[in-house]
Structure formats: C-alpha cells, structure tokens
Design a protein around this ligand. Sequence first.
Ligand SMILES: [Zn+2]
Length: 273
Amino acid sequence: MTADERDDGSAVVWSNVVMATDRLPHNPLVERTPAEERLHRKQRLAAAFRIFGRLGFDEGVAGHITARDPEEVDTFWVNPFGMSFKQIRVRDLIRVNHSGEVVEGTWPVNQAAFAIHSQVHAARPDVVAAAHSHSIYGKAFASLHRHLRPLTQDSCIFFEDHGLYDGYGGVANDVEEGKRIAAAVGDTKAAVLVNHGLITVGHTVDEATFWFVTMERTCQAELLAMSAGEPKPIDAGTAREVYQQVGSPIAGWFSAQPMFDWILAEQPDLLED
Ligand SMILES: [Zn+2]
C-alpha cells in the first residue's frame, strides 16, 4: 500500500504541509546570501530565547541555544552569559570559535555552553542549531534514567529518535563531558541528560526550538500519566508510522512557525541589530 492509498489521510496532510511551507515567509528552502543567512539565523536565535523565556525554560544563568555561523562553520552564535533569555536581542548575541573564544560581541560565554555545543556542532555537521536548558519537566523526567515512551501522538516525534546520556559527570565545563553528550545524541534529534535536563538539535533554529518545546511537554505528559496510573504505550509499528509524519526536520520547522510568529508580534524589539 502506498502513502496515497492509505485511508488515514496522512498523504493529504503531508502534501498540505509542503504547500503551506511554500507560503510561509521563513521557509528554510529559500536561497539566501551568506550575510542574509547569518542575519536570519541570528533573528531566529534571538526569537528562540524569547520563546524559552516566555515558557519559563530559563533558570538563573543556565541554558543555551546555539546557531552555527553559515560562513565560519566551526563558530557558533550563542547567548551572552548572564543575560536574561527574556531580554536578548539580535545585537546581544555573541559568536564563539572552536577554542571557546568570543570572536564577536562583548559578553563572556558560558563555559558549559561552549563545552557542550562545540562538541555537538562538531559531531553533527548536518545540524545548524542545538538547544539545552534546565526546564522543570525535562529535568524531573531525566532523574528516571530512561528514554521517553510513545504514550501520545506527540511523543512519537521521539520514538527511536533520541538518546540517553546516563553518565552525569557534574557541571559540563570541559569538552570531554561535551563529547560524551554529543555521543549520546548520536545521529538523533535529542537526548535525555540524566539528572540534568534535555538537549535537542535541528537543521534550523526553528526545528531545534520546537523539538525542545515539545520534548519538555512530552516529559510533562509522561510524568502526569505515570502519576495518574499505568500508562499504555502506542504499539511500535504505529509509533513508527506516526513518527514518519510528525518527526521529520520539515515537520519540526513547520510546527515552530506559529510560535515564532507569535513571539515576533509580541516582542518585536528582539530584532534590534
Ligand atoms: Zn545544563
């Protein structure tokens, strides 16, 4: 049976996504000059921090989202260490090289951000962005030392597509810890970092941001279900089929668009360059 013959409407839904993507202004397939691409990534990154701040994913000075620079690809853009996610503008972002030096911007970099993200970006040349924070449900779930289960349609996004880093070794200030975290992510979209929190990656900032938001909520749903009783998972075959529809990079990018539109309408000052 081909996708077109399926009676669940999935092929129709998927073609609608592609058509809608064509009509959206930040389509990742749009060709941009390197300078345009750099500005675009910085704008999406600043917006991602505002989304994280708005959703309460900030805590103290913890957490970082990074975007690889399109020209100097072994450098990445990241948040200034100690600045609230809720106040970050495009002009505040800093660029860090593979040695951990700030090569653009005046603020320092969080050593843990460098240690983790430099290794993830090095291990995954296909990804543009990575997101990590100490969000409450993510860190609570991470204390269970196990993978997410396919309990809901949305959790199928992570079915057979996330890692588990079960060797928590203290605050990730050295690149060896970053290497182990990158190995746990492997070629997947995310990892549960035990006793710590969540990390997601994406081929766009938008995608990595949506994976993080939905992974946090998936942790919340699983914890809630466990507190209420004995949750029954979706069978593996169905979970794999759902994954094909909701777990791809373009689906992640597309799912992020309403959130980015909303934050840009609500907090347009984030674009100040
Ligand atoms: Zn952390």
